[in-house]
Design a protein around this ligand. Structure first.
Ligand SMILES: [Zn+2]
Length: 445
């Protein structure tokens, strides 16, 4: 074992056993020991005393649209991974769509990896895509190291990534189950969407009515049925409708292999406060009412919802028009997820340990990375965020690192300042300054 080269000391280190004063020893980019706070620093090792700032595991964000290559005017690996590092995220898994090509064949995966290689400020992995007609590509993609496969049950918003109907969903799921892969699903039912009033225009209430809860509920019911049929592993992406929670809780209790995520915007923003014409708040499924949000928090507390991810999905500012029907749907959350979720979690009586469980531990497990990511424990990568949890700041779009500084959080006062972010024992971000990219490209372990 290499000699300890670094010790990070804090009165508040979040470990799997709880929060405690500790000194974390790092060698070769890996945590080797979590020692008492006053443990002697080995000769030759550098001590980094963080005082009362909290040392937490770097966040693992399994839902990010980097859009690179192909739509790099929307976002790219350089800017997205800087925004992530600024937000305390040390691993992201890139979604297979909005880039050109989409990640739907091994050749396309190769293109994506090549594009990301020298631009990644944090570790980056890739989801594959399940489309009509690419069933034969799924196993090769799995073997090439994608973390699982994304499918839509309704139109995705981009032509090159069509959705799966019932029959094609079954076909993809049967194939993915044959190698015990994971299908992650955008669950809105196209029939329910088509039956909802599509008024368009700048009124948020009209947009909300056009993507009703029952569209999610119906699609989730269909998905669960298929997951039972094939004993397949499925994951519900960006849950917004609280009405689907009883169904999900029941499926979990029955042993269906389903996990569920929600996003910072569903947990911290409400339909009631979205100004008309403000399509920075547009995403699909939509941000819903405050009463719905309360139930999402309850589901996080009781475990029906497993984790919180950003669904960072930017576009150029000109596509964020004031018509909710045609504006690009997507919210940029990489840099602000941790403070946004922490601010609201704290207000509701949750702890920072809860936030770490939702944004690091459980997401690492979803991706199969739990042996190295998502916890401060011996044998794990020395990936950390250092957080001043009580300090507040007001969101200034000019301070954001993602390419197009459109944000639904502008002007909000949030609690929790990320002072620095560490990747395998190296400080890659400190007070908004970054090192050269040191991220690695990850494959499914
Ligand atoms: Zn998404």
């Amino acid at each position: 074992m290499p000699d300890v080269e670094l010790v990070l000391r804090s009165t508040r280190v979040i470990t799997p056993e709880g929060t405690r004063a500790a000194s974390v020893a790092v060698a070769g980019g890996t945590v080797t020991a979590v020692l008492p706070h006053d443990a002697p620093v080995p000769g030759g090792a550098r001590l980094e005393d963080l005082g009362d700032d909290v040392l937490l595991p770097g966040l693992v964000d399994t839902h990010v649209h980097v859009n690179d290559p192909g739509r790099t005017e929307w976002e790219g690996f350089w800017t997205a991974t800087r925004a992530a590092a600024a937000g305390g995220i040390t691993t992201l898994i890139d979604m297979p769509l909005n880039s050109l090509p989409p990640t739907t064949t091994v050749d396309h995966l190769r293109v994506k990896r090549k594009t990301a290689a020298d631009k990644a400020h944090i570790d980056v992995g890739f989801w594959g895509g399940a489309l009509p007609g690419n069933v034969a590509d799924l196993r090769p993609l799995h073997e090439a190291g994608v973390f699982g496969f994304k499918a839509f049950l309704s139109p995705s918003g981009v032509d090159e990534f069509p959705h799966l109907d019932e029959r094609r969903l079954a076909r993809a799921l049967r194939e993915i189950a044959s190698f015990d892969g994971l299908l992650i699903v955008h669950a809105e039912d196209p029939g329910q969407l088509a039956g909802a009033p599509q008024r368009g225009g700048p009124r948020y209430a009209d947009f909300l009515a056009s993507r009703p809860r029952r569209a999610e509920d119906t699609a989730i019911a269909r998905l669960l049925e298929q997951a039972r049929r094939f004993d397949a592993r499925v994951h519900v992406l960006h849950l917004s409708s609280a009405d689907a929670l009883p169904l999900l809780a029941e499926a979990k209790a029955d042993g269906v292999r389903v996990t569920v995520e929600t996003c910072p915007h569903y947990l911290t923003l409400t339909a009631e406060e979205v100004p008309d014409g403000a399509s920075a708040f547009k995403c699909c499924p939509p941000i819903r009412e405050a009463a719905n949000q309360d139930q999402l928090w309850q589901a996080l507390a009781d475990g029906t919802i497993d984790c919180v991810v950003t669904d960072h999905s930017p576009s150029t500012a000109d596509l964020k028009t004031d018509d909710f029907a045609t504006a690009w749907g997507g919210i940029s959350g990489l840099q602000l997820s941790l403070p946004a979720v922490w601010t609201e979690a704290r207000r509701r009586g949750h702890t920072l340990e809860d936030v770490v469980r939702w944004t690091a531990t459980r997401t690492a497990r979803l991706a199969g990375l739990e042996a190295r990511k998502g916890a401060i424990a011996p044998g794990h990568d020395a990936d950390f965020a250092v957080l001043a949890p009580d300090e507040t700041f007001t969101v200034d779009p000019a301070a954001l690192q993602h390419r197009n500084r459109v944000t639904a959080y502008a002007g909000r006062t949030l609690r929790g300042v990320v002072r620095s972010t560490w990747l395998r024992g190296e400080r890659v971000m400190a007070d908004g300054e970054f090192t050269a990219p040191k991220g690695r490209l990850l494959t499914r372990p």
